[in-house]
Design a protein around this ligand. Structure first.
Ligand SMILES: [Zn+2]
Ligand SMILES: [Zn+2]
Length: 350
C-alpha cells in the first residue's frame, strides 16, 4: 500500500468517524427537515374537479407485505368517500399525506373481515381532523349497522380518553363513532354531483354483497367488490370509464395449495380450494370489461400476492386476448384521476 493510499484511507476513516460522532445532530436535523415537509402535505389538494380514485389496499387475507387489505378512496370535488377498509389501508393513506378530516362516509361492499377490519384509523383521523361532532355514516348491505355498533363498543373507552386528553375543541364528544346504515341495492349516495349506486353481486355464501357504480360530472367508475364472474357487473359497468374488478388467478393459487398439501396443512389447503368458486379470474374480468365496453380495466384484490411485476403476465394469463383496452394490475398507492369534461384517465403513484 503506497503512502498516498494510506493517507486517503485515513482521511475516509476520519470522515466516517466524524459523521458517526455527529450522527445524532445530523440525524436530528435531517429528520426535522423531512418531517416538517411531510407533516404539511395535502396530497390530494391538486386533484382539481374530477373523479379521483386512490388504491389504499389491493390485497386479500393472503399475507402480502406490500399490499394492505381492500381499501379504496374516492374523491369527487370536495367529497371524500372510503370504500371498504381492510387491515392497513387507511394507515397507508395517512402516510401518503392524504387528509381524512373531510371524509363524508364509509361504504362497504360486504362484511368479510378483509374489507372491514381496518376502519378504526378512519374513524379517528376523520374525527380529530375535523373536530366532528356527528357520527360518521357507515353504509353497506344488511349487517352493516351491527358492524358499526361493534366498532362503537370497541372504541368507546378510547373515545372517552381522547376527549379527556385533547379536549372538546379537538376530539368532541359524539364524533368518534360510526352510524351504521343497512341499505338495499340502489342509490346510496347522491350529493354535490356525486352519485353512488349499489348493485348485488355473487359472492355466495356472502349475501348480499355489493358492487358500486360511481358517477361524477360525466365520469364513471365501477367497482365489482368481491364476486364470482357475474353478468351483473357487466350490466352495471356498461359504458363506464373504468372497471375496477377483483381478480384471482387459479393457476398461481395452485402452487400455494400444493405447498400446503405437501407440508401437512390440509385445512388451509382446503381454504385455497374453496376460494376459487367465489372470485373471478383475470380472464373472466377481461371478458366482462369487454362486454361492458369500458375504457380501462383495473384488477385489484390480487390473489395470490405476486411479489413483482415480473409475474404480471402469468397473473393475467389470457386476459389481454379478451379485452383490448388497457389492463392494469393495481398496487397500493396507485391513483387514477378522471378530469371532468374529458375522456382522459391519468395515473400516478403516491
Ligand atoms: Zn375480500
Ligand atoms: Zn369477500
Amino acid at each position: 500500500m503506497g503512502g498516498k493510499t494510506i493517507i486517503a484511507a485515513a482521511a475516509v476513516a476520519a470522515i466516517a468517524a466524524g459523521l458517526w460522532w455527529q450522527a445524532a445532530p445530523v440525524g436530528s436535523f435531517v429528520f426535522g427537515q423531512v418531517a416538517e415537509r411531510r407533516a404539511g402535505r395535502d396530497t390530494l389538494a391538486d386533484t382539481g374537479n374530477g373523479l379521483t380514485i386512490v388504491f389504499c389496499g389491493t390485497g386479500t387475507p393472503l399475507p402480502d407485505p406490500d399490499r394492505a387489505e381492500s381499501c379504496l378512496l374516492v374523491k369527487a370535488g370536495d367529497t371524500l368517500l372510503l370504500i371498504d377498509g381492510g387491515d392497513g389501508g387507511v394507515r397507508k393513506l395517512a402516510a401518503w399525506g392524504v387528509r381524512l378530516g373531510g371524509l363524508k362516509a364509509i361504504l362497504l361492499t360486504h362484511l368479510h373481515s378483509d374489507h372491514i377490519e381496518g376502519l378504526a384509523p378512519a374513524i379517528l383521523l376523520r374525527w380529530t381532523g375535523s373536530a366532528a361532532r356527528d357520527a360518521l355514516p357507515l353504509i353497506g348491505p344488511p349487517g352493516t349497522a351491527q358492524v358499526a355498533a361493534g366498532y362503537n363498543l370497541m372504541l368507546a373507552a378510547d373515545a372517552r380518553y381522547r376527549t379527556a386528553h385533547h379536549g372538546e375543541a379537538i376530539a368532541p364528544t359524539g364524533g368518534g363513532v360510526l352510524a351504521g346504515q343497512d341499505r338495499a341495492p340502489g342509490t346510496v349516495w347522491n350529493a354535490d354531483g356525486l352519485t353512488v349506486t349499489a348493485f348485488a353481486v355473487n359472492h355466495a355464501p356472502v349475501a348480499p354483497a355489493y358492487g358500486y357504480r360511481i358517477t361524477y360530472r360525466g365520469r364513471s367508475v365501477v367497482i365489482s367488490g368481491d364476486t364470482a364472474a357475474s353478468p351483473a357487473v357487466a350490466a352495471a359497468a356498461r359504458g363506464a370509464d373504468v372497471l375496477i374488478h377483483e381478480a384471482l388467478q387459479p393457476d398461481l393459487v395452485a402452487g400455494i395449495t400444493r405447498g400446503l398439501d405437501a407440508s401437512n396443512q390440509p385445512r388451509t389447503a382446503q381454504i385455497t380450494r374453496d376460494i376459487l368458486n367465489y372470485h373471478t379470474t383475470p380472464e373472466q374480468a377481461a371478458a366482462l370489461a369487454s362486454k361492458a365496453g369500458v375504457r380501462q380495466l383495473v384488477l385489484t384484490h390480487i390473489a395470490p400476492p405476486i411479489p413483482s411485476r415480473l409475474f404480471a403476465a402469468a397473473f393475467l394469463g389470457g386476459a389481454p386476448e379478451r379485452f383490448h383496452g388497457p389492463i392494469r394490475i393495481a398496487s397500493d398507492g396507485l391513483m387514477l384521476h378522471l378530469p371532468a369534461g374529458s375522456t382522459a384517465i391519468e395515473d400516478r403513484s403516491l
